[in-house]
Design a protein around this ligand. Sequence first.
Ligand code: NAD
Length: 315
Amino acid sequence: MKRPPLGSTGLEVSELGFGASPLGAVYGAFAEPDGIHAVRTALDLGVCFFDVAPYYGDTLAERVLGKALRGIERSSYVLATKVGRYGDDTFDFTAERVKHSAHESLTRLGTDHLDLVQCHDIEFGALDQIADETLPALRELQDAGLVRAVGITGYPLDTLRHVADRAAVDTVMSYCQYTLQDRRLARYVPGFARSGTAVINASPLAMGALTERGPAAWHPAPEPVLRRCAQAAALCRARGNDIARPAVQFAVTTGTFAATVVGATDAHQVRRTAGWITQPPDTELLHAVEECLAPVRDQGWANGRPDDQHPPARP
Ligand code: NAD
């Protein structure tokens, strides 16, 4: 497993990160021992980067991840969590709340420091507040030694770019936008690199749309996108393959990101994913899948506050 630097933070992550939102039962119920086993298996396979948030399962994911990491040498893994989002429609990016939130995460995760704290889904906040109040509050936690690096996450790339231009951020995480179906994140990487911001690619399986199981009912992608993803999965199945395999291989081996973060709740999935990135992609299958998904390439959805506070796209 490669260990790239996380931008200029001084941290090293694994190229494959463990996304812990499924440990919040975001994709359905799971047995806690299985989730803990998945985390331990990831560590055994060289995964050292873990991403979580209080929002996932109303703190459940942080509590399960905290249990799974108990007793593991702290310097052997890089732990990222988030602040500011606490429910589907519950956001609070005030300095007071995010500082308190980081302290709560420290307790749930059973650690004395967080390697990375990210403002969660900034498109739902007031961007002025994120830049002028939230990020400075997180920098204060960094000065106090509780946090090593500070970042932002969200879906609209122009919004992430706008805030990264206004306030120094160490990392940016976006999701579902460097996959077999959507490549838009790649266009933003050089711009973020110029401002010294590491880019983390989350959800290379398009939050389940590029899996055999298919998307959860809450998946926000337009119906034609989900239909094409299902057709691509069927195409892979007909050729004796699981679409998750080319999806993971494509994102990890062709993406130029600090890390690619995949979510899982069971050790079997973790083993398969870690194995796939060591194998060469089946280029013929990849082309067939790309052709199938071409009519919906780069099609996403609107995300964020309904008021028009977002700047126009500017990679
Ligand atoms: P994902 O694209 O990683 O897909 C996860 C789904 O794929 C789960 O249902 C999982 O069971 C399944 N899966 C995983 N490995 C598999 C395999 N080998 N074979 C078949 N199926 C497999 O989506 P995600 O988990 O939502 O995203 C990854 C992580 O990125 C999240 O857990 C979270 O940490 C982060 N993330 C952050 C944001 C944000 O900050 N706004 C948004 C999305 C994701």
